[in-house]
Design a protein around this ligand. Structure first.
Ligand code: TA6
Length: 360
């Protein structure tokens, strides 16, 4: 027996309301055969950690939280978790922890902002157009299952469909939320494979985004992916990207810089749209006019795209004011082209990006 506060813990009673937690058992089909809890409710991942932390040590994983308490916990998001709307009026989730805030839209599981004590590390267009189902220009659009224009059908959406569909969200706590989506008839019409995609955002001293793709089909499939991150750069003319010196790349810009030193950090002096392959895990963006250095630490990302549209391409893009190009740099953690990913049925692949912002 363990004394939990003013009352003694009993394994067959809810450790929170001390009610008879048969109602919890009654709610699980297997329990109707008196086989006891099918899965102990104290282990259910949806129950916020803060609530589980109130249980006596001996109760964790043993007692069943009664249905009433469980539902009460589920209906009240944990502290620091706010169900909200993104600026386009779509469902969004806001996590607040240790002085930082991250906003994630259910549309495309798109991280839209990461507010820190030195401001928003991410950039969003100055007049973003919020069209139902269309990605916002900015934040971290999720690119899947192809990068860029579709290789054979220009009618299919650039950068795939993942960033334009609604993802489901399950929140662990104020520090972590997982968004997920699976194939639908609409996705099969564009890419005829069964899959599950999960994006887990974790807020701590860093911002971590983990993108996990699982092949739930009977056939092997290949895909491209990217976390197409728009970073606030202050004045792009004073920004630089470090870590890609002497790394093989292909320049896709229509009006690129004439000559540059590939052995030096990247500076932006013209339209830049470089796809690097066999990239290192650690890169950084120095945003001098923001007195900021952002470090990108990736796992299982073998490609990086560095992009700024410069004025002429900006004029051809949606959701861009004429001078928006001056204030952002895209550094996209990816697996594209020769580094596309191939998964056997049942296999998964997880690419992670961990961002750290520091004063520089
Ligand atoms: O990542 C670089 C890029 O492929 C550019 O060529 C440009 O098209 C950019 O992505 C933005 O694409 P979007 O479809 O979001 O306008």
């Amino acid at each position: 027996m363990t004394d939990s506060g003013s009352r003694t813990f009993q394994a067959d009673r809810c450790p929170l309301c001390f009610g008879d937690n048969q109602c919890a058992r009654a709610a699980t089909p297997a329990a109707q055969t008196n086989a006891g809890c099918e899965t102990c409710w104290c282990k259910r991942v949806e129950i916020p950690e803060e609530l589980l932390a109130t249980l006596p040590e001996a109760a964790r994983g043993r007692a069943c939280i009664c249905l009433g308490c469980c539902n009460a916990a589920m209906s009240q998001p944990a502290a620091g978790v706010t169900k909200t709307l993104d600026p386009g009026g779509r469902e969004a989730m806001q996590l607040e922890a240790n002085g930082q805030t991250v906003l994630i839209s259910h549309t495309g599981a798109q991280v839209l902002s990461w507010q820190t004590d030195s401001g928003d590390i991410l950039w969003t267009a100055s007049s973003p157009e919020y069209v139902a189902g269309k990605p916002v220009r900015g934040g971290v659009p999720v690119v899947f299952p192809w990068f860029g224009d579709h290789k054979s059908d220009p009618a299919k959406p650039a950068h795939g469909f993942a960033r334009s569909i609604n993802w489901q969200c399950s929140v662990r706590n104020a520090r972590s939320a997982t968004f997920s989506c699976v194939d639908t008839p609409a996705t099969h019409a564009m890419w005829d494979f069964a899959f599950r995609a999960e994006l887990t955002v974790t807020l701590g001293d860093t911002l971590q985004i983990a993108m996990r793709i699982t092949n739930t089909d009977q056939r092997e499939f290949s895909f491209e992916q990217a976390l197409h991150t728009y970073f606030a750069a202050g004045d792009i003319a004073e920004a630089s990207v470090h870590g890609l010196e002497n790394v093989p790349f292909v320049e896709h810009a229509r009006e690129p810089e004439g000559e540059w030193d590939a052995s030096a950090p990247i500076r932006f002096r013209a339209e830049t749209d470089r796809v690097f392959q066999q990239v290192p895990d650690i890169l950084s963006l120095r945003a001098t006019t923001l007195a900021r250095m952002v470090t990108l630490d990736t796992r299982n990302s073998r490609s990086t795209i560095v992009w700024n549209p410069w004025p002429n391409k900006t004029a051809r893009l949606s959701q861009m004011q004429a001078d928006d190009w001056q204030s952002f740099a895209c550094i996209e953690s990816a697996n594209v082209g020769e580094n596309h990913v191939t998964l056997a049925p049942g296999a998964s692949h997880e690419m992670t990006l961990t961002l750290t912002a520091a004063t520089a």
